[in-house]
Design a binder for this molecule. Structure first.
Ligand SMILES: NC(=O)c1ccc[n+]([C@@H]2O[C@H](COP(=O)([O-])OP(=O)(O)OC[C@H]3O[C@@H](n4cnc5c(N)ncnc54)[C@H](O)[C@@H]3O)[C@@H](O)[C@H]2O)c1
Length: 397
């Protein structure tokens, strides 16, 4: 196990009570094992009793620092969620971590997926995480806690009946984060990356066929996202250890392992890039963009209430995280490159792409509200210069 190989702290989550839905197989079993390695009491809440019991037996036989419990449940049933809540409170008195991992993946074109499959997908992929959050949140307000959501990678054709609720789950997480600020509860979304679990492999076969390409071609298009179940699952567990830094964010398992130093792909990448990249230029471009953002952020704070609310919520919608968290992320990158640590920076291509898209979106907004032609021209020019700088960074990464 990657945790063992790296001598990761076996007491990192000692006696924490962790509930993971759909923990009987795929990424969930790997996550349960990682939580148990770190000393947690893990409750696998799973509809498939055979899968759940087998996972419990397998992990407990490994004699790790924590222990796995199994609770059979259909999370679409509110009464069963009530029973699960009672079971956890009676046996453990509290819940520290909720991982909304269970999912179903109805496949097919929008006009062919039956409405009952849409309903079931809603029930498992969105309604259940909402129910579980509602059920446990008040107890967590007393003891503190962490609520984790598991989104998907990106909207994919022929997977609409799944993706739509995964995206909604992420938005739910974003709004929840704002509502629970200051309560001691932390929430974030973690995407595992693409893992060849049975469910994912079946989905790829159907999508590739529907798109008229081979599965190999499809996998090739996902190359950057493919990871193994262990990395994805360990990512869940390590993210909980580092939860404070991820509050309100949308992260990936792989990124968590890099942040924690468990994998160092980026260092190799940075070494191999060291020879080709003009780091002075990169640093200059980034600093100028960071200064632009810091200025904007300060100005936004001074806006009137309604306008301020619009800007911040629009930023979050476009960027997938609150402006405040983005600012922290930029400051952290700035600090790292000042120390000549380029690993995280070189791994932030997606963030720069989103940033560029955000300014492109601002140009569109500008066309709508700026009536003064000269002002419109000069603001558009300015935004375009920031887009060019971002594009230059993206090209290098
Ligand atoms: N595998 C991937 O490539 C990938 C990519 C992006 C996101 N994800 C997300 O990661 C998570 C795990 O994915 P996976 O590939 O390991 O999935 P999986 O299908 O292997 O596991 C999902 C588990 O949820 C359980 N489940 C389904 N309906 C349930 C219900 N009503 N009540 C209780 N349990 C139920 C299933 O029995 C199963 O054990 C999912 O949320 C998935 O959306 C996976």
């Amino acid at each position: 196990m990657i945790l063992e190989k790296n001598n990761y702290d076996k007491n990192a989550l000692k006696n924490k009570i962790v509930l993971i839905t759909g923990g009987g197989g795929g990424i969930g079993i790997e996550a349960s094992r990682a939580f148990a390695y770190m000393g947690a009491h893990v409750i696998i809440a799973e509809i498939d009793a055979g899968r759940g019991k087998q996972a419990q037996k397998l992990i407990n036989a490994e004699d790790l620092n924590g222990i796995v419990d199994f609770f059979q449940i259909d999370i679409t049933d509110e009464r069963q969620i009530d029973k699960l809540y009672k079971y956890i409170m009676d046996k453990y008195t509290r819940l520290d971590v909720l991982i909304n991992n269970a999912a179903i993946v109805p496949m097919g074109a929008i006009d062919t997926v039956s409405i009952s499959d849409w309903d079931l997908s809603y029930a498992v992929n969105l309604r259940a995480p909402v129910l579980l959050t509602k059920k446990f949140i008040s107890s967590m307000k007393d003891t503190g806690g962490i609520i984790v959501f598991v989104p998907s990678a990106a909207p994919t054709p022929y997977m609409s009946a799944y993706e739509i609720f995964k995206t909604a789950q992420m938005e739910f997480c974003n709004t929840l984060c704002e509502e629970i600020e200051g309560t001691g509860i932390i929430t974030y979304s973690i995407a595992p990356g693409f893992v060849k679990t049975d469910t994912a492999v079946k989905a790829v076969e159907i999508v590739a066929f529907s798109l008229g390409i081979t599965t190999e071609e499809f996998y090739k298009s996902l190359e950057e996202l493919i990871t193994d179940a262990e990395i994805a699952g360990v990512g869940y567990a390590v993210s909980v250890v580092m939860a404070k830094q991820y509050n309100g964010k949308e992260i990936m398992s792989y990124q968590v392992l890099m942040d924690s130093g468990l994998i160092s792909n980026d260092k190799e990448k940075s070494n191999s890039m060291q020879t080709q990249v003009d780091f002075d230029n990169l640093s200059f471009l980034f600093k100028s963009l960071a200064d632009v953002f810091f200025d904007q952020y300060q100005n936004w704070q001074k806006k009137k209430l309604f306008q301020k609310q619009f800007i911040f919520s629009d930023f979050k919608k476009q960027m997938g995280l609150p402006a405040e968290n983005f600012k922290i992320q930029i400051e952290a990158l700035q600090g790292q490159i000042n120390n000549n640590e380029w690993g995280n920076f070189l791994d932030s291509k997606k963030m720069f792409i989103k940033w560029r898209c955000y300014y492109e979106h601002q140009i569109k907004l500008l066309q709508g509200y700026e009536k003064n032609a000269a002002q419109l021209r000069s603001d558009t020019k300015l935004l375009n210069s920031w887009i060019e700088n971002l594009q230059e960074i993206i090209k290098i990464l």
